[in-house]
Design a protein around this ligand. Structure first.
Ligand SMILES: N[C@@H](CCC(=O)N[C@@H](CS)C(=O)NCC(=O)O)C(=O)O
Length: 205
């Protein structure tokens, strides 16, 4: 299996951390693309993912799966004896899904938009809108506040254990540093949770 990615990009990192927790990172051959140079825009890559994004998982028979959580789902279902990260019961599955969606829509999306609109990284393929980037930064800060409040009562985002929701929030929080949003000194619960995730060996993959 091949995993098309860019090592420094946040979505591929979510997949790598997920695989590392399951002990499956060695199951994939990693193929590095330079996104800023447009290596994801070539006809060859567009044939793998018409939406031109990484990560993409290519199975040995050539089937391609795009979208971070679709790839994670593939591994969760294919290797049921590995660490469960997407829920073991109907309630856990629902709670993790709820958090995945909260993180994706209200945290990752504004972070990605702030990055794209404030950095100009992809200005060859989009028109940056700085006021929109700043508005997105405000929304990231609101989500930091929300997470810190939630973590006053919980060690992990949900299910009283480490799940894909923690992986996704952690990768997003690290991505937010790129646009200058960091944990504030008074957000001690968020900082403690961040340190708990960061100290896992799988956080450095
Ligand atoms: N919803 C997709 C988002 C994928 C995505 O935006 N990937 C970024 C890298 S983190 C990318 O490939 N950007 C290239 C571009 O926009 O040209 C997922 O969850 O995998």
């Amino acid at each position: 299996m091949k995993l098309y990615e860019m090592a420094i990009a946040p979505n591929p990192r979510r997949v790598r951390m997920f695989l590392a927790e399951k002990g499956l990172l060695d199951q994939v051959e990693r193929v590095e693309l330079d996104l800023q140079k447009g290596e994801n825009l070539t006809p060859e890559f567009v044939a793998k993912n018409p939406l031109k994004k990484v990560p993409v998982l290519e199975l040995d028979d050539g089937t391609c799966i795009a979208e971070t959580m679709a790839i994670c789902r593939y591994f969760e279902e294919s290797y049921p004896d590995t660490m469960n990260l997407l829920g073991a019961t109907p309630l856990e599955k629902a709670q993790i899904e709820q958090w995945l969606r909260w993180v994706e829509f209200y945290f990752f999306l504004p972070t990605g938009m702030a990055f794209q609109h404030l950095s100009g990284y992809f200005k060859d393929r989009m028109t940056p809108n700085i006021p929109w980037g700043e508005e997105c930064k405000t929304n990231i800060e609101k989500f930091f506040h929300f997470l810190n409040k939630h973590l006053t009562q919980h060690s992990w985002l949900c299910c009283d254990r480490y799940t894909a929701a923690d992986i996704n929030a952690f990768c997003t929080l690290e991505f937010a540093r790129v646009v200058g949003v960091r944990i504030k000194p008074e957000q001690t619960h968020l900082q403690d949770w961040f340190d708990r995730v960061k100290n896992r060996p799988t956080a450095s993959v």
